[in-house]
Every structure is written in structure tokens, then in C-alpha cells.
Design a protein around this ligand. Structure first.
Ligand code: NAD
Ligand code: G6P
Ligand code: MN
Length: 437
């Protein structure tokens, strides 16, 4: 059986140890000969890599392990790149969140001005690793979940239309797991879904079990009461998100919404619920980053993973499913962010949409979702214009287009506020964004 070689780009990510453990748990389904970590921050990556080296030595010593900041070593002789880079790291995420909040505007990693700012940083970073992959391993596939996925996906569509890149998000998967639990199913894999939208901006329209029975009424009944809160432990800010999903669901009672829509429909409540001096970036730095990094350091000191609290990122099993779909032509049905090309019949052909696709060794085939209603269509047209304007602004170095992108975002109240936020974002993003004219 062929053994595959994988590069994790953004090796210093807080998610890397969980993904490595997940890969090691799935070697029977997806055998590996090489795991490489690549990052452009040697010091940060070393914290994670030193622990991963011990993990691999103990669990699967036959796998070659390399951690590097050298693109040639990182991207040579590989089959898959799993990419989760964060250009500007948490320090810039904090500013993406805090600057809009000064103006009473949603401060969020992927939505509104924060997502636009992050997009302007990410495009270059993702294109850079895509170029490395194509230079050193032209047959490899890139499985990308670097955010903001909507903007990154549009940028690769425009600038790398023939690249072997698949953009995917874990939010629908997380929500589907909650739906399954809410109605007493063992796994989300017992559900077959129809879904359409943009990344972090979509709706389920139909959910059936494997016998074809309609599960929507039962799930809707649950969500009307509880949102996607299924009593599972998650931290306070996620708990809030899952609960308010019920207010988002009320806007179109026949469908089930992605949680991220709350930022567009209830921006004021979200701003009120956020401490402008202690945002999600602070929570992640004080929470996940501290926990993962201190556990990595502890493993290195102990020289063994015995008793570790690090866990396989089971929520990320979709990454293995996606790699397997390509490696073994499984034809699994998965939600991907792909060029519309008629999948949503009455919507821009060139928009990057999130829809179910059949995935096999040749890539993906989107499943048609038909015509969408006026409410969603209007919202999506506005949001996709934001995403396209950001990419055009990046390509053309256009201040005007980026300002227009902010103005068009439903999270921003008017052009004056858009300009003030934009000017502050430009200041702090010097060196990350192209210089705008
Ligand atoms: P993190 O900051 O812990 O890790 C990101 C790593 O990327 C850092 O080590 C950083 O040095 C590295 N990096 C930055 N620019 C780079 C470049 N140009 N080349 C190589 N490496 C580079 O971040 P995190 O919280 O672990 O998240 C990682 C990414 O995954 C983010 O983009 C996040 O938004 C994304 N994410 C996406 C999903 C999804 O649903 N699509 C889910 C979770 C996380
Ligand atoms: C979900 C989304 C990701 C996003 C993440 C943020 O998983 O799908 O796109 O990056 O949440 O989580 P965090 O814990 O970093 O705030
Ligand atoms: Mn996502």
C-alpha cells in the first residue's frame, strides 16, 4: 500500500499537535511515510515540533519527521499540504478585533473589517506556500483551511485558477455534529445534507438519514429552543454563539443557519457582548495557545508523551477524510468552498460558494442546489461583493476598492466609519498589506 507524505504548513499552529495525533490514529486508513512541518517562524514552530518529534518517535517511529523553515526541504516529495497559516499571528488578530470595536463595529477574525484586514494579509501568505508546493511537488494537493477562507479561496480562483487546492471549513462539520447529538444520532455521518452559501455565511436546506427520512423538522424543533447548544462543554464565547443561533434561525424558519451569520444580523448584540479590551484573540492566547505550548514544553522536558493532555483533534477528522477522498477516490460527499459554476443556479457563476461536493482522485464535483430565495440571494450578493473587492484591492493595490469593501459589509454602518477603521487598519498592517494607492 502506498504511504503518503504530508506537509503541515503553519507548523507552529496551536492545532498542529492535535492534527499530528489524529494522523497517527488513522495510519490504518491513511498510511504515512513522512510528516513535515513548515513555518516561517522558526522559534514558534520549534516549540511544537520538538514535542511532535517525540510523539512520532513513540507512536510511529517508522515515519520520517522533519521540521523546517526551508521551503525546498518543506515542500519536496510530498503528496499533500495541509495548510493552516495565520499571517500576522495572534498579535494581528487582536488588532483586527479591537480596532473595529473602537467604532462600535463587530471585531471578528473572519467577518467584517477584521476579516477584511486578515484577508489582505493572508492572500500573499497562502499564494506563497501554494507556489512552493507547485515548484517542489507539482502533483501534490493543498488542503487549505487558512482563514479567511472565503477571501483566500477567491484569491486563488483569480490568481491560480488551475491549482490543486481545496478550501474547507470546519464550522459546518462542528454544527452538524451538534445537530446529530441533538436528535440522538451517533455521528454526523448518519446525515446527508443539502447546504448552500458562502464560507461562514450559509444555510442547510435539507438533512436526511441514510434511509432518506427527513430529519429537518426534528432538528429545527430543537434549534428553535436551544440553538446548537447541546450541553457539551465549550468555552463561554462559543457557548454564547451556539445559543444565539436560535435567533438567527428565526429569520428563516425553514432552514438551519451557520453560526457566523449572527455577526451580520445582530451586530449590536455581538458588540455589546464583547469586551473591547479583551477579545477572542486574548482568550485564545491565554487559553489554547498557553495550554498547547506549555504541554509541548513539558513533553520535551520529560522526553516522553506519557500522561500527556494533548488529544487527537477528532473534530479535524474531515482533513483525513478529504485526503483519503483524493488518495483513494472515495467519492465522499463533503462541503467545500468552490467556484459556483451553476451549483447555485441563480447566483454569480464566478462566486466562491460553499456547497456539497463529491470528492475523488480528480478533485471535486459540486452538487447543484437549485435556485435560492431572494433573502439569501440578496445577502450573499452583498457579501460576495465584499470578498471580491478585497481581492481586487489586493491585486490592484486599490485604496478605493478596499474602502468600498468595508462600506458594503453589513457590519459597517456608513462610509465615514468605514474610512476611519480602514485608515487605522492600514497603519497597523504596514509590511503585511501591499501599499495602497
Ligand atoms: P497560529 O497562529 O497558532 O498558527 C499559525 C502559524 O502559521 C504560526 O505558527 C505562524 O508562524 C505561521 N505562519 C504565518 N504566516 C506564515 C507563512 N507565510 N508561511 C508559513 N507559516 C506561516 O494559528 P491557529 O489559531 O492555530 O490557526 C491557524 C489557521 O487555521 C488560521 O488561519 C485559522 O484562522 C485557521 N483555522 C481555520 C479553520 C477553518 O474552519 N477553516 C478552523 C480552525 C482554524
Ligand atoms: C471555527 C471556524 C474557523 C475559525 C475558528 C476560530 O472553527 O470554522 O474558521 O478560525 O472557529 O476559533 P478560535 O477558537 O480561534 O476563536
Ligand atoms: Mn471556518
Amino acid at each position: 500500500m502506498k504511504k503518503f507524505s504530508v506537509t503541515i504548513a503553519g507548523g507552529g499552529s496551536t492545532y498542529t499537535p492535535g492534527i499530528v495525533l489524529l494522523l497517527l490514529n488513522n495510519l490504518d486508513k491513511f498510511p504515512l511515510s513522512n510528516i513535515k512541518l513548515y513555518d516561517n517562524d522558526e522559534e514558534r514552530q520549534k516549540i511544537v515540533a520538538d514535542a511532535c518529534e517525540i510523539i512520532i518517535k513513540e507512536k510511529a517511529p517508522e515515519i520520517n519527521f522533519v521540521a523546517t523553515t526551508d521551503p525546498e526541504l518543506g515542500f519536496t516529495d510530498i503528496d499533500f499540504v495541509m495548510a493552516h497559516i495565520r499571517v500576522g499571528k495572534y498579535a494581528m488578530r487582536e488588532l483586527d478585533e479591537k480596532i473595529p470595536l473602537k467604532y462600535g463595529v463587530v471585531g471578528q477574525e473572519t467577518c467584517g473589517p477584521g476579516g477584511i484586514a486578515y484577508g489582505m494579509r493572508s492572500i500573499g501568505g497562502v499564494l506563497e506556500i501554494l507556489n512552493y508546493m507547485e515548484k517542489y511537488s507539482p502533483n501534490a494537493w493543498m488542503l487549505n483551511y487558512s482563514n479567511p477562507a472565503a477571501i483566500v479561496a477567491e484569491a486563488t480562483r483569480r490568481l491560480h485558477p488551475n491549482s490543486k487546492i481545496l478550501n474547507i471549513c470546519d464550522m459546518p462539520i462542528g454544527i452538524e455534529s451538534r445537530m446529530a447529538k441533538a436528535i440522538g444520532l451517533k455521528s454526523r455521518k448518519e446525515m446527508n445534507v443539502r447546504y448552500y452559501g458562502l464560507n461562514h455565511f450559509g444555510w442547510w436546506t435539507d438533512i436526511r438519514d441514510n434511509e432518506g427520512n427527513n430529519l429537518m423538522p426534528k432538528i429545527i424543533e430543537y434549534v428553535k429552543e436551544n440553538g446548537y447548544d447541546v450541553g457539551e462543554h465549550s468555552d463561554g464565547s462559543w457557548q454564547h454563539t451556539f445559543q444565539v443561533a436560535k435567533d438567527v434561525q428565526a429569520l428563516d424558519p425553514e432552514t438551519l443557519p451557520n453560526t457566523y451569520l449572527k455577526y451580520y444580523f445582530y451586530p449590536n448584540q455581538e458588540v455589546k457582548h464583547t469586551d473591547p479590551n479583551y477579545t477572542r484573540a486574548n482568550m485564545v492566547m491565554d487559553g489554547r495557545e498557553k495550554q498547547v505550548f506549555s504541554e509541548c514544553k513539558r513533553i520535551v522536558e520529560a522526553g516522553t508523551i506519557e500522561g500527556t493532555t494533548l488529544k487527537a483533534g477528532d473534530h479535524a477528522s474531515y482533513i483525513v477524510d478529504l485526503a483519503r477522498a483524493i488518495a483513494y477516490n472515495t467519492h465522499e460527499r463533503m462541503l467545500l468552498i468552490v467556484e459556483n459554476k451553476g451549483a447555485i443556479n441563480n447566483f454569480d457563476e464566478t462566486a466562491m460558494v460553499e456547497v456539497p461536493c463529491i470528492v475523488g482522485s480528480g478533485g471535486y464535483e459540486p452538487l447543484t442546489q437549485g435556485n435560492i430565495p431572494l433573502f439569501q440571494k440578496g445577502l450573499m450578493e452583498q457579501q460576495v461583493a465584499v470578498e471580491k473587492l478585497v481581492v481586487e484591492a489586493w491585486i490592484e493595490h486599490s485604496y478605493q476598492k478596499l474602502w468600498q469593501a468595508l462600506i458594503l459589509s453589513r457590519t459597517v454602518p456608513n462610509a465615514d466609519v468605514a474610512k476611519q477603521i480602514l485608515d487605522e487598519l492600514i497603519e497597523v498592517n504596514k509590511g503585511f498589506w501591499p501599499e495602497l494607492n
